[in-house]
Ligand binder design. Structure first.
Ligand code: APR
Length: 312
């Protein structure tokens, strides 16, 4: 258990995440920071009061300042605007970059030793903004996307094969967007390759649905984007860190030459423990997979470049 975890953003993702962190007993205090006056305070108090019923002692505190967040060991950034139908994650670039920059500045001052998990979109670029602003080392600034993308792929495979989601292992690499790279060669059902169950055409259909998984939900909600699966994915990452589990989970990580890629964030398998990202695991890729990963990296790089242009 940590002393303090801070969640920035008390919207759909932030509030769903905060209550789960409290229920899981992952910290003595969960602090929820938002700019809206009264909203984080009211939501946090309501969560805190569910403790006696749900059986947790975690204190949940809502605030508009970073004073209560001081010295948090872990911070999750969910502040920002979500997508509306027809928007890509990249359409959020300018607005969310300003928001995430101001949040990261607050985190840098109040929580200089924190591990920071970024959720705001466009994810890979918001990780970059956070790292540039906090100047924290790369092992302490990374993003949640791969766990969510793999969860979506696993859901669709399980639904199609009528088997338990628990028995499906898979890996989705690349940026969090249309260029993500679901790896069929690392997808199996209790060790049995997916290709023994489905032909390539059907697999391609599931991959396409995974790529568009976020947009499918935005299409239904109209006024916002997904939050149950995203916050569940963050909880899994937080648990791996707090309990020093050394789990191998796909995260948006700062690339320093792994897979021949550098100077960008990209989704890759990472070992997560108390040190944050303790290792980036390099898996063998086919030529096609490598080309797709390079293309995805190029897309993230070009969005980072577009952001730099905006700042001029
Ligand atoms: N500091 C703190 N909180 C902020 C700031 C800021 N500078 N700017 C905005 N917020 C808050 C809003 O007040 C709101 O409560 O962020 C919250 C965002 O909540 P929602 O609009 O419900 O969005 P949500 O669905 O939670 O998504 C948040 O996560 O998955 C991504 O694409 C999604 O970028 C989006 C982010």
């Amino acid at each position: 258990m940590l002393e303090k975890i801070t969640v920035v953003g008390a919207g759909h993702v932030g509030e769903t995440l905060a209550i789960q962190l409290a229920k899981e007993g992952l910290a003595r205090q969960v602090v929820v920071v938002d700019i809206l006056e009264g909203i984080p305070q009211g939501k946090a108090l309501d969560m805190f009061e569910s403790g006696p019923v749900d059986g947790f002692d975690t204190q949940v505190i809502g605030t508009n300042s970073y004073a209560e967040a001081k010295d948090s060991e872990l911070v999750v950034i969910t502040a920002g605007v979500p997508r509306k139908p027809g928007m890509s994650r990249d359409d959020l670039l300018a607005t969310n970059a300003d928001i995430v920059r101001s949040v990261a500045e607050g985190v840098r001052k109040a929580c200089p030793k924190a591990i920071v998990i970024v959720v705001s979109n466009p994810l890979d670029v918001m990780c970059y903004v956070t790292k540039e602003t906090t100047k924290f080392p790369a092992n302490r600034v990374f993003g949640m996307a791969g766990v969510l993308d793999t969860a979506r792929f696993r859901t669709f495979i399980a639904e199609r094969l009528k088997v338990s989601v628990e028995d499906i292992q898979t890996l989705v690499l690349g940026g969090h967007g249309d260029t993500m790279v679901p790896l069929t060669s690392y997808t199996c059902i209790s060790g049995i390759p997916l290709t023994q169950f489905l032909d390539q055409q059907e697999i391609d259909g599931l991959i396409e649905r995974t790529r568009k998984g976020g947009a499918e939900i935005v299409g239904y909600l109209k006024t916002g984007s997904a939050y149950y699966a995203p916050s569940a994915a963050v909880v899994q990452m937080v648990k791996a860190i707090v309990q020093d589990k050394k789990r191998i989970l796909p995260c948006a990580a700062w690339m320093e030459g792994q897979y021949g890629i550098k100077d960008t964030y990209l989704g890759v398998p990472c070992k997560l423990g108390r040190g944050g990202i303790e290792q980036i695991v390099e898996v063998q890729l086919t030529d096609d997979e490598r080309a797709a990963l390079n293309k995805s990296a190029e897309h993230v790089r070009s969005t980072i470049a577009a952001l730099k242009e905006l700042k001029r």
